[in-house]
Design a protein around this ligand. Structure first.
Ligand code: ADP
Ligand code: ASP
Ligand code: MG
Length: 437
């Protein structure tokens, strides 16, 4: 059971989470995110330190500490437990204040970012103790790991998790941190923003769980981004393939990589609402129940690169040379289309863009458009039904579509549009494909 930031964002929410995890006798591992807003605050502290602004960092730490004092006071009643929480807060905020004195580096920043999940799980554990709910807090840093390529390996995690569980047998409820892990150097690291979903899926796979429940602030995956369009509806069931495409192409409810561990180890995933526990939510399992469009998602901050061969035609070997440049700079390509003389592709990580451009320019003419958005239309076999494509383009009217990807996956049709068109495109498709406003 994984509970996201909003689900543990207030003392009242933690009370509800405690009820949810204690309502049956099943053995479970409970993965918690940081209290909502905390990771953003820690990111801001890291930024202040990176830019040498220690005073700003110190102030931000003080504000956060005050918030946690209020939180702990409302969470706990008895003096003994309040003192326990006090000791925890002191430990973590002293650590943050010591960091102010050390010279900033990336590894230190990862330590800062880890404080959110450490705090939420420790406070929740004290609350469970006060309530008399038997449980065991297991540190994610003892078993969650990523390899030299920053990739988690389920079998490695499984071995470590088995050891941790063997040291703490006889419990029904294990509490652990989402998001944080150790890297190949043994340092504290993380699974990137929103990574607690990924932790949950990896732990479910490593523990051979019967189900992976992702508890959040909405009743399941909706057919469109509820932050952008007015009318959306929850989807009862999705296949792993459909959910993976939606997560990868921007549906914020799931971390982009969170589906593969569950899919590979055939563990059903349920998306459930902490604020409305009886709502059906979404079941993600192996089989799709129906064909056709299920949902639309959008991925922002995309860079489109057009690479025109210096020779008149795309000679053989040209694409290999292009791909080698992206491989060299460890930059994955999302969408790709080709013509007789050029190839257009997109990336979402432009850290190495300048170097990539320079190397491509040695054998081609390069042009770059930043701030693009990929809109993905996802559903079982959507790309095998000509009527879907017709409907998609009929819905779009005069929108200027920069690229189209069709046929690469049977479950996805992707369009690239300028970032400023995203809202309009999501609204038009909501109307054209679902008849919703
Ligand atoms: P948590 O903190 O529980 O991980 P997130 O904020 O990461 O929660 O994800 C849940 C949010 O994702 C929802 O509140 C909703 O605004 C947003 N969201 C974006 N696209 C979708 C979608 N297609 N279906 C459901 N929620 C979505
Ligand atoms: N706390 C982390 C974040 O805000 C991880 C998560 O919530 O999933 O990104
Ligand atoms: Mg999330």
């Amino acid at each position: 059971m994984k509970f996201g930031g909003t689900s543990v964002g207030k003392p009242q929410r933690m009370f509800e989470v405690a009820d949810l995890i204690a309502r049956d006798d099943d053995t479970k591992i409970v993965v918690l995110s940081a209290v909502s807003g905390t990771t953003n605050a820690l990111v801001a502290i890291g930024h202040a330190l990176a830019s040498g602004n220690k005073e700003a960092a110190r102030q931000k730490i003080a504000v956060l500490e005050d918030q946690y004092q209020v939180f702990a006071d409302a969470l706990l009643k008895e003096t003994a437990y309040r003192q326990k929480a006090e000791t925890t807060l002191k430990e973590h905020f002293e650590f943050l204040n010591i960091i102010l004195k050390i010279s900033y580096n990336e590894a230190l920043n990862k330590d800062i970012l880890a404080q959110g999940e450490l705090l939420s799980t420790k406070l929740f554990s004290v609350y469970l103790e006060e309530k008399g709910i038997d449980h065991c807090l297991i540190p994610a840093l003892d078993f969650m790991s990523i390899d030299i390529n920053d990739e988690p390996q389920v079998e490695v995690i499984r071995k470590k998790l088995e050891m941790v569980l063997a040291e703490n047998t006889g419990k029904k409820i294990y509490i652990t941190q989402g998001y944080i892990c150790r890297n190949a150097k043994g340092e504290v690291d993380n699974l990137k923003r929103g990574g607690s979903d990924y932790s949950a899926s990896l732990i479910a796979a490593a523990a051979n769980a019967s189900v992976c429940e992702i508890w959040t602030d909405i009743s399941g995956m909706h057919n469109n981004d509820p932050r952008i369009v007015d009318q959306t509806m929850p989807i009862e069931q999705l296949s792993f393939d459909e959910a993976a495409e939606l997560a990868y192409f921007g549906a914020k409810i799931l971390h982009p990589a969170s589906i593969w561990p569950a899919q590979q180890y055939k563990i059903p995933v349920k998306l459930l609402n902490t604020m409305e526990p009886s709502a059906k939510g979404t079941l993600i399992a192996e089989k799709a129940i129906a064909k056709g469009v299920k949902a639309i998602a959008a991925k922002d901050g995309i860079t489109a690169i057009n690479i025109k061969s210096s020779r008149m035609l795309l000679a053989y070997g040209f694409l290999r040379k292009v791909f080698e440049v992206f491989e060299k700079f460890r930059t994955p390509i999302d969408m790709i289309t080709t013509s007789e003389v050029a190839v257009s592709l997109t990336i979402d990580n432009d850290l190495a863009l300048a170097e990539i451009e320079k190397e491509l320019a040695a054998f081609s003419t390069v042009s770059i458009d930043s701030n693009q958005t990929i809109i993905s239309i996802v559903g079982n076999e959507v790309a095998e039904n000509a009527a879907t494509l017709e409907k998609v383009f009929a819905s779009l009217g005069s929108v200027n579509v920069r690229m189209v990807s069709y046929g690469g996956s049977a479950h996805n049709i992707s369009l690239l549009v300028p970032g400023e068109e995203k809202k309009r495109v999501l609204q038009l498709l909501n109307k054209g494909l679902f008849g919703l406003g």
